[in-house]
Design a protein around this ligand. Sequence first.
Ligand SMILES: Cc1cc2nc3c(=O)[nH]c(=O)nc-3n(C[C@H](O)[C@H](O)[C@H](O)COP(=O)(O)O)c2cc1C
Length: 206
Amino acid sequence: MLKVVGIVGSPRVKSNTEYYTQFTLNELEKHGIQTELITLRDKKIHHCTGCYGCIEAKKCTLPKDDFDEVFNKMLEADGILIGSPVYNSSSTALVKALLDRAGFLGRWINNDMKDKSENYQWKGTAFSGKVAAPITVARRAGQNFTFAELLLWMTVNDLMVIGSHYWNVGVAGKGGAVDAHEDLEGESIMQHLAENMAHVIKQLKK
Ligand SMILES: Cc1cc2nc3c(=O)[nH]c(=O)nc-3n(C[C@H](O)[C@H](O)[C@H](O)COP(=O)(O)O)c2cc1C
């Protein structure tokens, strides 16, 4: 069965980002796609230390934490949603820790490091052939930078990006409120995002 995982990078319980991501997953289910929500707030994922151990080992060589569990769920999925609140115009540290490790490992699983005199002819990444979409959530400003940050991760890692009839952004959280359900335009954006994502995944897997 076709599957999409939605990864939520808010450190808060029942957060706005979780609302938009779960909303999108619910819409995907209506299109016959199996889904799973992953909240990073209850995972322990250390940041990448730049040890380059994954290049030889073809796995992350940091001491065991929850990274492998989340990485494997990303690999099993046909589509990946990455949801992040905007923190100072950027994604959260939870998102960054996951994506730095997943992106680097995902590249070196399929490729070998070259020395300076050799050219890279990349053989794809662990994410090749998958689709993805960012969902960012801000009270007021910084959406574009955070959205672009997630897009850049997706496009350097050979994921195909899905859009909607507006950027996949939610506007919520004034005064720390959990009020995403009031953002009806946001819901319509996520509804169409799910429609597009389901359509593309089904075409790719035909
Ligand atoms: C540390 C921190 C930094 C924030 N930075 C921004 C910001 O740059 N721009 C903005 O519009 N909102 C900012 N916010 C507000 C959150 O993005 C907003 O409340 C969002 O809805 C929180 O999402 P969540 O409920 O999924 O955690 C910040 C909140 C926190 C806690």
